[in-house]
Design a protein around this ligand. Structure first.
Ligand code: NAD
Length: 373
């Protein structure tokens, strides 16, 4: 089989949506899941793209992920919405939760959305981008439970939590302009990226991993092969501190759960998220924030490139650049990931030839090398 195939985004959406439909999702849900995953690939975050489907479909089949669930409002008190995701698809639950929060923030100026028990919310930047597109500032704190811990606390020697992402998005300063979106795991590297390095037989950068005895290592197998080590937080005590804050804001205060012995026994991916959505029109800087923000960004961008660097980018820019390239040239998918996606389809009755044909991917018997668009 070819080392990598290249698939155009619209065909990939169609192939993923067909598998979701076959597994019981209605047409809207299948479309939202497929578009969300493909947008993650387009944005360069393959760890949160269509490669997640082989996790999702078995979870649906085994009842760990509920299809066609909608967000449930458990509490509605002024600026605070308490929501339950019912272990539905995060691609639906996240979108509905943000829509409710945006509406409330538009009415009264701000909204805290406390969302518990969603299945995987995917790329958290998508929720920041949804808020920014509606003209809202937002911050999002997320924790992850239901899987064994993989990230060590600063100063510790084994894993105690997962990759707890944080996102903050600022709306564009001009109509049709670009928002600023900081969207990141609090671990030094995303789990999916460690797995990719392991599958390719590559080492990871030093300072990323520790082995089962707490010693530094660059071998990605330590994260998956017993006796397992751990990923380190980014920025030493600072990233660790942010991970703790995300765990508690998202896991404890939403009514969800935090990582503790046994909380991963469900062996699924549960995300809890605390979002704060603010209407900038109600803030003191309403009249001039766009000019102020534009001037600041221009000033920062004007820093001369450091030796060996391509120059300054603004958070969210790497994703937009990759989107432009991959929208034009297609999305590369490694053969192992594509085989898993095809197998996920077969699990719910979509045969391999149909998935390959829908995606415009070469079938196993005609793919002897190279790429395919
Ligand atoms: P990353 O390290 O690739 O990027 C982090 C942020 O830094 C992005 O906002 C990006 O725009 C910005 N950035 C990157 N390079 C830059 C540069 N040179 N100049 C300026 N800004 C730059 O992201 P990550 O930490 O690997 O996270 C990947 C994705 O994984 C995110 O979308 C995150 O939400 C997602 N995630 C989800 C979960 C979950 O449980 N749902 C858990 C962890 C991570």
């Amino acid at each position: 089989m070819a080392a990598t195939i290249t698939v155009m985004a619209d065909r990939l959406v169609a192939a993923v949506a067909a598998i979701c439909l076959a597994s019981g999702s209605d047409a809207r849900e299948a479309d939202l899941v497929a578009r969300n995953l493909v947008l993650a690939n387009l944005s360069g975050h393959d760890s949160h793209g269509v490669g997640m489907l082989p996790n999702y479909i078995p979870a649906v089949v085994e009842g760990r992920l509920e299809v066609n669930r909608h967000v449930r409002v458990d509490g509605d008190v002024g600026a605070i919405l308490n929501l339950d995701g019912g272990m539905g698809y995060g691609q639906v639950i996240g979108r509905e939760a943000m829509a409710l929060g945006i509406r409330r923030a538009a009415e009264i100026g701000a909204c805290v959305v406390a969302l518990r028990d969603s299945h995987h919310l995917g790329r958290i930047g998508e929720w920041g981008e949804q808020c920014a597109a509606a003209g809202m500032i937002s911050t999002h704190y997320v924790n992850v439970v239901g899987r064994p811990p993989m990230v060590a606390p600063h100063g510790g020697s084994d894993a105690r939590f997962l990759t707890n992402p944080y996102c903050c998005a600022i709306p564009a300063t001009e109509p049709c302009g670009d928002p600023i979106v900081l969207d990141m795991a609090t671990s030094r590297i995303a789990m999916g990226k460690v797995r990719v390095a392991m599958n390719k037989g590559e080492q990871v950068a030093s300072g990323t991993l520790i082995d089962a005895h707490g010693h530094p290592t660059t071998d990605p197998r330590t994260a998956f092969v017993p006796p397992t080590g751990a990923i380190l937080p980014f920025g030493e005590h600072k990233g660790y501190g942010l991970a703790v804050i995300a765990e508690l804001l998202a896991g404890a205060f939403t009514g969800g759960s935090t990582m503790q012995p046994g909380s991963w026994a469900r062996n699924t991916i549960t995300n809890n998220m605390l979002s704060i959505i603010i209407d900038p029109a109600r803030l003191g800087g309403a009249d001039q924030w766009r000019d102020e923000a534009r001037a600041f960004v221009d000033f920062v961008r004007a820093s001369p490139p450091a030796p060996g660097s391509d120059g300054v980018m603004i958070p969210g820019e790497p994703e937009r650049r990759t989107r432009a390239t991959r929208s034009r040239e297609g999305i590369p998918i490694d053969a192992a990931t594509w085989a898993e996606i095809v197998a996920a389809g077969e699990l719910v009755g979509v045969d391999a030839d149909r998935t390959n044909a829908t995606a415009g991917a070469p079938s196993q018997h005609d793919s002897q090398g190279g790429t395919h668009a």
